[in-house]
Design a protein around this ligand. Sequence first.
Ligand code: ADP
Length: 193
Amino acid sequence: MNIILLGPPGAGKGTQASRLVETRDMIQLSTGDMLRAAKDSGTEMGKIVADVMARGDLVTDEIVIGLIREKLDGDTKGGFIFDGFPRTLAQADALDALLAEKGERLDAVIEMQVNDETLVQRILGRAEEARAAGQAVRADDNEDSIRTRLLAYYKQTAPLIGYYHAKGALSVVDGLGEIDEVAAAIQKVLDKA
Ligand code: ADP
């Protein structure tokens, strides 16, 4: 089973993806994690994307599609969870094509809904916790970059909601509840898919 977790920054996509890795033996493909790993290891590509990410803008379709393409080879286990990808219509088209090449299909797209105020509070809270614990704070977890990330979401990613709805693939989950409640709602969608 292959699914997309769709939602704004701070909606809890990564948290829920980790749950599904445990409960359904799925493979989490987070383009944000991949890009941060490239940045941290200082690769050429990492250097190119660092500033764009820190600002909160999207990196190019070409780069993220390339990252995803590399990961789709090999064992598919319980299927893929696309977390933070696709973020543009061009990426959605590319994903369709990549899955078709592998003889795979998309089984569900889950939109996680959370209001903007909560998103900003969650991200700033997470940054504050990290700071207090002496851990690294993400370069884009500050108010300016969060606003830019939200704008990028509404302008470039939210159109995917209509696109997947039209394809009959979209399910909506309330992302405001406790982690367990949201996880249960997602399991319910996947059991029906
Ligand atoms: P969040 O969902 O909290 O914004 P992510 O870890 O998914 O965080 O992404 C962090 C940043 O990485 C994004 O703001 C963007 O700069 C870049 N990024 C991640 N995935 C994509 C993508 N699919 N397309 C373009 N840029 C991406």
